[in-house]
Design a binder for this molecule. Sequence first.
Ligand code: TYD
Length: 427
Amino acid sequence: MFDYIFFDLDGTLTRSGDGIKKSAAHAIAQVGYPALPDARLDAFVGPPLLESFMRFCGMDEATALRAVQLYRARFEDVGWRENAVYPGIAQLLRALRAAGKYAAIVTAKPERFAVRIAEYFGLAPYLDAVVGIPMNEHHADKAALIARALPAGADKARVVMVGDRKFDVLGAKDAGVSSLAVGYGYGTREELDACAPDFFAETVDDLFPLLGVERPRGRFFTFEGNDGCGKSTQMALIGDWLAERGWEIVRTREPGGCPVAERIRALVLADAADREARAMTAECEALLFAASRAQHVHDVILPALEAGKIVLCDRFLDSSIVYQGYGRELGEDFIRQINVPAQKARPDKTFLYEIDEGAALRRATRDGHADRIEAEGVAYQRLVREAYASLRAKEPERIQVVDGSGTIEEVFARTQRAVADCLNTKE
Ligand code: TYD
């Protein structure tokens, strides 16, 4: 029913309290006022700062103005990054965009900060506008900001202001648009109830139906490559990076990823010195990987995808095709046949880390420890690498090569580009 969705920033899209509270505490100390306890600093998140310094610290206007300057200097320097997007917000903005809705940030923050935050945290591609106050202004009239954010000719009946504080709800009422209060931000329930918002969302999840969009299907990304190629490190880093940007993610790995599969992992990746496990036939090994995967897909991957999450998985079916199909010469067909249950979860994208296999193996075994598979040595790893290359030739759309050479930071920059590209393209 709404075509224009305006979001407050702090406490609605981002959990920005940390940076705001630390910057406020810094300013209070710098102007020589007594420190406030942490809980009282919560009140600084959302409303115009000048008023907050006067009201909560008892400053006169001139001191409060100085405090605002000091606050902004720290915020500009470090505070704006002491921030994270609420989990699920990225999925919500993406769904709104896919449904053709107009989405904007309408905030009492200086517009320059809001734009920078929207860009850094990856929200900008999903927004039609970012509206805030000029740097030299101290009073933010939310209703006026809402009016400014309205595109020419927009029907006010189709506009909703989403926010976590009374300023958002009252501003919406003054501006003649609907109000939707969120319960997960910095406003208390009493504060929000007292101003009677038209709608209320306790969680980010509740916003989907209220804004008339379905949760988009999850995405399944797998990370593949030779032993020691660095994919696990990269997957950990990209997981943090996505979570900070508001994507709900699930990280998992194969073999393993759930209790039953982890038990299978212990057997199939037994130490090279384990003589009983060394007697394992190639077929048995392949079937154990497939068994682990069947359970993992059922217990972890499919439920997460159904819930709209992004699943990051360290190795998947490609590893079996490569290591057992080619490496152990069981053939690709055999591997596909025994992995029928896993084919319910096809990766949307697979990042294949390429690195010289000798260097990679040295890296993987530098602690002097090799598992059964690493103990096969460098010739086996060469086979693995060639098999990955031929899989990639068959499925170039799904399998994307990432150059795994260089420092962790260099490889991470490549990983970020690859992941961001596939999140921003149409499904
Ligand atoms: P792991 O300790 O997870 O190391 P890595 O960081 O290299 O992934 O070991 C997984 C090992 O299991 C690795 O040598 C590849 C092998 N493997 C297979 O042979 N087949 C498979 O289907 C999977 C998932 C892994």
